[in-house]
Design a binder for this molecule. Structure first.
Ligand SMILES: [Zn+2]
Ligand SMILES: [Zn+2]
Length: 744
């Protein structure tokens, strides 16, 4: 019995939107480099490693040459060894040499520390230095360890401001490893880019010039990302030489229940059917859902479909589990005692389960990189099966109709902007606190930092350069996940835990009183939003409804930075000011999205500056659409579908983007569509949309043309975050406009 035959009988019916096979690939290997230190060679031999994949050798050689390197090969292609090798080699050759490893989460740092320990190179003294490290251990780690694993937050507030304690370490710093580099994009990436520049500057002050070794999931712009993050060029290693099992890829679209309304059967139900079917056939399967609630429902529905004996071999994998409970689940899965696991995709990074037979992703996880990461789990034996079960979301449905857009194009680019003043200013202050900033620092911090210094309060210009004149350490005031120092803390009232931050610009629409707030796949209900204390108190919530805020938005153009004639109209990119007022919210049933209550809210307006791309259609492009409300509805629908597709081009979340369309804008004096960066100051998303405008509009027209609904539905023109609650949307008008733009 072959595995193929077993799953083939499941992959039939109208739901199967696309079936493809990615062929198996032979490994391309090369002998271990002669220059490798004997201690490293022996350690590898003990693990049975006698040769390298070609890309690992390529990364090693590039690092030996002294430059920075970014490795961007597929999941499970041995990226870790690719960056470990030059580091271990250097540590074995020089007992003074030091290396710093950066991980976005504590769990990932722990995984890496464990595998370094297993490798057992005698010269390597690795230690984790993060918020959990006991104070009495910290000093010992600083003097003893030659390989320190930490996270950007700790580097930012714990290490750099106390560099005097790290003088010896910085002086000997040879390598900085940045793993999972694609995670550092958008706001977080813009901050981390500044943290790394501060690190480079301090290393230089202590007489070191470390090499950066980065590893990233496959993205369109690896070299650009490395440059944006570190401020220096890097060699891109992307020719994946690892072997790969043959993988069957299935795109699965829940059946259309009402074509006119675009209403589809539940993705959760379909996923549970597939999960049960695969597990019944003895196939080890992991199923990724977007929220914990969804993961639990899939688990429950799948269990209901199976006999009691088989159902016992299914388990959910939860954020709330202790590390021991998780390791236990991972062990049972590896040993084959468990066959099916459901998890939220928030956990995909921390899961340690090796390869399984099948991976099911329920709903597009937001980026092709994370989808590929999830799918990368499938292929334990000779073959693997990877499935995407589509949600009704516009991007999901677009992929179902245009599979090459998902499987063949590599358009998704990780975008960040370290020079956004809202991000940069805090780091200029932090840098000045660490050591006076002068012209010479432009080489590491970037020239923009010097330009901003006069604008940063509490900096004073002295003979030594810009110095910090404030009291406390400024880094502690700069949260790495926000462009606004004015953020609300989101606190779980039941446990006192801080769940996260909500930027002021978005707090009123996401954590207003009565809002259902989603964090790491868990639902919370906002009990109270305290405007004075800048705090939202939430509690765990198990209801089957969600909320959508109704808001009024205005934009005014501050400055057009680039204006070009594109697609027959005037396309602009520049700075805008956005004013929003949340006036009410609706409660909607999770089952079908129907509204069952509208609650008014009394909240002040908020204004923020950001970057936007906007366009003014020509009169002939609007011919026949001029009457109101058709004009507004056409522009509004075009705006929504453009926003839905932008994440395909610029790696971001739909929630990172805002929009406004109007039949008459005061600044342009004409009908205008704005798409703006949802983060104060902008992180490069709108700029990328400007650069890629033609492709972006072409994709959007295809999305509208292909949607089977009659007058617009959640899979094309409706948006889950529309401030007008999806009123005034005309799908046909939007398509006419976009087609006329493309025809010019
Ligand atoms: Zn539709
Ligand atoms: Zn809208």
């Amino acid at each position: 019995m072959t595995t193929t035959a077993t799953w083939n009988e499941l992959l039939v019916g109208d739901e199967l939107a696309h079936l493809a096979t990615e062929p198996a690939r032979e490994a391309r290997t090369t002998p271990l480099p002669d220059s490798l230190q004997p201690a490293v060679r022996e350690a590898l031999a003990r693990r049975g490693i006698e040769e390298l994949y070609a890309h690992q050798a390529e990364a090693y050689t590039a690092a030996q040459g002294g430059g920075n390197v970014i490795v961007t090969t597929g999941t499970a292609s041995g990226k870790t060894l690719a960056f470990n090798l030059p580091v271990l080699d250097a540590l074995a050759a020089d007992r003074h040499a030091r290396a710093l490893y950066l991980y976005p989460t504590k769990a990932l740092a722990q995984d890496q520390a464990r595998s370094l320990g297993e490798l057992g190179v005698p010269a390597v003294r690795a230690a984790i230095y993060d918020g959990d490290t006991p104070t009495e251990r910290r000093r010992q780690i600083r003097s003893w360890a030659n390989l320190v694993l930490t996270n950007p937050d700790m580097l930012h507030i714990g290490v750099l401001p106390r560099h005097d304690l790290w003088g010896d370490f910085l002086h000997n710093l040879r390598f900085v490893v940045v793993d999972e580099a694609h995670v550092y994009r958008g706001v977080f990436g813009s901050h981390v880019a500044n943290v790394l520049r501060r690190l480079r500057r301090l290393a230089r002050i202590y007489g070191a010039d470390p090499q950066f070794l980065l590893a990233s999931a496959t993205i369109a712009n690896a070299g650009e990302l490395a440059q944006a993050l570190t401020g220096e060029e890097a060699t891109v290693v992307e020719d994946d030489a690892a072997p790969r099992a043959e993988r069957t890829i299935a795109l699965w679209n829940p059946p259309l229940l009402d074509a006119e309304l675009g209403l589809r059967a539940s993705a959760l139900g379909e996923a549970s059917r597939l999960l049960a079917g695969l597990v019944e056939r003895g196939l080890r399967t992991i199923c990724f859902a977007k929220s914990r609630k969804s993961a639990e429902l899939i688990h429950r529905f799948a269990s209901d479909r199976l006999d009691a004996e088989t159902a016992r071999r299914l388990a959910p994998y939860r954020a709330g589990y202790t590390p021991q409970q998780r390791r236990e689940i991972e062990r049972r899965l590896v040993e084959g005692d468990l066959l099916g696991v459901t998890s939220t995709d928030a956990l995909e990074l921390g899961i340690d389960i090796g390869d399984l037979d099948c991976a099911i992703s329920v709903g597009f996880p937001g980026t092709v990189a994370s989808l590929r990461q999830q799918w990368g789990r499938a292929g334990r034996r000779e073959q693997g099966l990877a499935i995407l079960v589509a949600s009704e979301d516009a991007l999901d449905q677009y992929f179902m109709r245009e599979p090459p857009a998902l499987l063949e194009r590599r358009v998704e680019a990780a975008i960040l902007d370290h020079a956004n003043p809202r991000v940069l200013d805090g780091h200029v202050a932090a840098a000045a606190f660490e050591a006076p900033v002068d012209e010479g620092d432009a080489a590491t911090l970037g020239p923009e930092a010097l330009d901003r210094a006069p604008h940063v309060p509490e900096l004073r210009h002295t003979a030594r350069g810009w110095v910090w004149a404030g009291k406390d350490a400024p880094a502690a005031r700069v949260p790495l996940r926000s462009t606004s120092p004015d953020s609300f803390l989101v606190v779980d009232a039941s446990s006192g835990d801080v769940l996260g931050l909500a930027e002021l610009e978005r707090a009123y629409s996401t954590v207003h009183e009565g809002a259902v707030y989603l964090h790491l796949g868990r639902q919370y209900l906002v009990r109270e939003l305290d405007l004075q204390a800048r705090r939202a108190l939430v509690e765990p919530f198990d209801g089957d409804w969600y909320t959508q805020a109704k808001k009024e938005t205005e934009t005014s153009i501050e400055e057009a930075l680039r204006v070009e004639r594109r697609l027959g109209l005037e396309l602009s990119f520049g700075r805008v000011s956005v004013t929003e007022q949340v006036v009410a919210y609706q409660k909607k049933a999770a089952a079908d999205g129907s509204t069952f209550d509208t609650v008014p809210l009394d909240l002040p307006p908020t204004t923020f500056d950001t970057e936007a791309v906007w366009f003014v259609p020509r009169p002939r492009q609007l011919e026949g659409l001029e009457a109101m409300p058709l004009l507004l509805s056409s522009l509004h629908a075009a705006e929504h579908s453009l926003i839905a597709l932008l994440p395909l081009w610029a790696m971001c979340d739909r929630w990172d983007i805002g929009g406004l369309s109007t039949n008459l804008h005061l600044d342009t004096g004409a009908p205008t569509v704005f798409v703006y960066d949802g983060h104060a100051g902008g992180v490069g998303i709108a700029a990328h949309g400007f650069d890629q405008f033609e492709g972006w509009v072409a994709d959007t027209a295809e999305l509208l043309a292909g949607c089977p609904c009659e007058r617009g539905c959640p899979s094309c023109v409706q948006s889950p975050k529309c401030g007008n609650l999806n009123e005034f949307l005309d799908k046909a008008g939007a398509l006419t406009l976009l087609r006329r733009m493309l025809a010019t």
